[in-house]
Design a protein around this ligand. Structure first.
Ligand code: KIV
Length: 311
């Protein structure tokens, strides 16, 4: 009798959901908007990462982060686009749904991609609803102040929690003069502060501050009641977010100053695939333990059948 493989792999798993591995066990109670507000009130930092697929969601779950964002950074990190601008709603929904399947505990936020919410409140609400209904997100994120404040208000009014995003907003980086820190003059800093306050007033449950001077963050934090998650905004925010592929060293594109690498996974991935290719070329793989066997009497029977076989 042949011995089946002990570990389920993508290659041997059936599509039957009963045979799929369970997502990692929940670390605790699901994170909610009120538990995030409570963390802020208690001064407990909030940890947020991006994830774009089932395995990265499982990693975020097991690592015990509070919030997972299916960021439109996926455009660059997993889809190979040159910026976040080209990614479509359908592409984001496919990624977000995969993350949902691997996640139980952290709050799941879906990033509304460029062009999917700016035109009207109706467009914004309809897109946000797709993230909730089709992908199972708990909340959505949109970028900028200005007209996005009204879009945020409309989505919140439709019963969907919204996270804002100010400072460097990659979807409109060209208008901001490129991927550069924002708010380095008092006038521009004031715009960022006003955008943040307007988003809070519009009902956002949280805001991301990206690439702004720590001085600006320090000055605005006492004016905001909702949790602020920083990325390149200094230590004073209520939490921090990094892009999964940046912090683990999977993405080999340009890394912003605020990125801290906690691992070099890409190097290990290349080494692993390289070792596999070398083994194949040297006929070191597969070995006996990787194969299946047949009962000797069945093998003999097959031999006899083949001996009298027409071809
Ligand atoms: O798309 C993204 O990953 C983001 C984070 C940087 C906040 O917006």
């Amino acid at each position: 009798m042949s011995a089946g493989p002990k570990v389920p792999t993508a290659g041997n798993r059936s599509k039957d959901s009963a045979s799929l591995p369970n997502p990692s066990p929940a670390k605790g109670k699901p994170v909610t908007l009120s538990s995030l507000a409570e963390k802020k009130a208690l001064g407990e930092p909030i940890a947020m990462v991006t994830a774009y697929d089932y395995p990265s969601a499982g990693v975020a779950e097991e690592a015990g982060v509070d919030v997972v964002l299916v960021g439109d950074s996926a455009a660059m990190t997993v889809l190979g686009y040159p910026s976040t601008v080209p990614v479509s709603v359908d592409e984001m929904l496919m990624l977000a749904a995969a993350v949902r399947r691997g996640l139980r505990t952290p709050l799941l936020v879906g990033d509304l991609p460029f062009g999917s919410y700016e035109v009207s409140d109706e467009q914004a609400v309809a897109t946000a609803q797709r993230f909730i209904k089709e992908a199972g997100c708990d909340a959505v994120k949109l970028e900028r102040g200005g007209s996005s404040v009204q879009r945020a208000r409309a989505i919140v009014g439709a019963g969907i929690p919204v996270m804002g995003h100010v400072g460097l907003t990659p979807q409109t980086a060209t208008a901001l003069g490129g991927y550069r820190s924002q708010g380095r003059t008092a006038d521009r800093a004031l715009e960022v502060v006003e955008d943040a306050m307007a988003l809070e007033e519009a009902g956002c449950f949280s805001i991301v501050f990206e690439a702004i001077p720590s001085d600006v963050t320090d000055l605005v934090m006492p004016r905001l009641e909702i949790p602020v998650i920083g990325i390149g905004a200094g230590p004073a925010t209520d939490g921090q977010v990094l892009v999964f592929h940046d912090l683990l060293g999977i993405y080999d594109g340009h890394a912003a100053r605020f990125v801290k690498r906690y691992a070099n996974v890409r190097e290990q991935m290349v080494a692993g695939v390289h070792a596999f290719a070398e083994d194949v070329r040297a006929r070191r793989y597969p070995e006996a333990e990787h194969g299946y066997t047949m009962a000797p009497d069945e093998r003999e029977r097959l031999k006899e059948i083949l001996a009298t076989h027409r071809n």
